[in-house]
Design a protein around this ligand. Structure first.
Ligand code: ADP
Length: 262
């Protein structure tokens, strides 16, 4: 069973001031994924469909009065609707390429506690896989058990970690808009070098992507999730979804350039 993450930065124009799809990339990505041969779960990031709302409404911050509470309620509903729209667009595109994609809304069956998944029935996803579907989950805005914050942003990366553990995934692939993990942010540092293998002992310089309005921790957040997965014996590979052919190779079990987290 393979879990594959489609980074929000590859599916959407992440720096846009309003939610914007990267049409060309999405179409190619869907075509490449149609070569899958094994059971597969897809998780996609929210990109500009999530981060703009999540940041504006500061979802996950402490709620201190009734007015803030109302504002957060508005924020949660708007963020959910926005990422659900992205999921609909992605799922429709996958279906057009012959993939039996089924969109599953994470906030309808997952609750966090202090921003980490606490309630989650994976049974529904397992059933869809067993019936031959390709479930498609995504980064979402969810209910949180901590009454101080009430709501949280659940990143696609955390969903990956949770489901890879719960479903004992054989393969975990994360695709983004860079070739893997570099010694520094390759978008801002031209001298940054690609790292083949990252372990918990690797020294890294990871920017939190504040300039990119990423509320889920960018590459730093991703690596922390994946190192946790590695602790449980599940390796993952970060690859570039913007390089044509990479996702096709990945879902066909062929070798792809990237960073292995182990
Ligand atoms: P996605 O939305 O694809 O899941 P993010 O946008 O959260 O991914 O993270 C990918 C981005 O992280 C890259 O576009 C890159 O600019 C940034 N980044 C920061 N530090 C690093 C690093 N050391 N190696 C690779 N990318 C990095």
């Amino acid at each position: 069973m393979m879990i594959i993450k489609l980074g929000g930065s590859a599916l959407t124009i992440k720096d846009a001031t309003e939610p914007t799809i990267d049409e060309v990339n999405l179409d190619r990505i869907a075509e490449e994924l149609s070569y899958y041969s094994d059971d597969m779960v897809i998780v996609h990031g929210a990109g500009s469909y999530g981060h703009i709302h999540a940041k504006k409404y500061a979802i996950g911050d402490k709620i201190t009065n009734a007015q803030e509470n109302l504002y957060k309620i508005e924020g949660l509903s708007r963020t959910q609707a926005s990422v659900q729209l992205l999921n609909y667009i992605v799922v429709t595109k996958l279906q057009q390429r012959g993939i039996p994609a089924i969109g599953v809304k994470p906030s309808s069956f997952i609750i966090t506690e202090n921003k980490r998944i606490a309630v989650c029935d994976t049974g529904i996803i397992e059933r869809y896989i067993n019936e031959g579907f390709v479930p498609v989950l995504y980064g979402d805005a969810v209910l949180d058990l901590n009454d101080d914050i009430k709501f949280a942003i659940l990143s696609g990366d955390q969903i990956i970690t949770y489901f890879a553990n719960a479903l004992k995934a054989d393969k975990v692939i994360l695709s983004s808009d860079v070739d893997g993990i570099y010694t520094d942010n390759p978008k801002t540092n031209p001298d940054a070098k690609l790292i083949d293998i990252v372990t918990k002992d690797t020294q890294l310089s990871l920017t939190e992507n504040e300039d990119r309005a990423d509320v889920t921790g960018g590459m730093a957040g991703k690596i922390n999730e994946l190192l946790e997965l590695a602790e449980n014996g599940i390796e993952s590979l970060i690859i570039n979804a913007e390089t044509p052919g990479n996702l096709k190779k990945a879902v066909s079990g062929k070798e792809v350039k990237g960073t292995l987290i182990k």
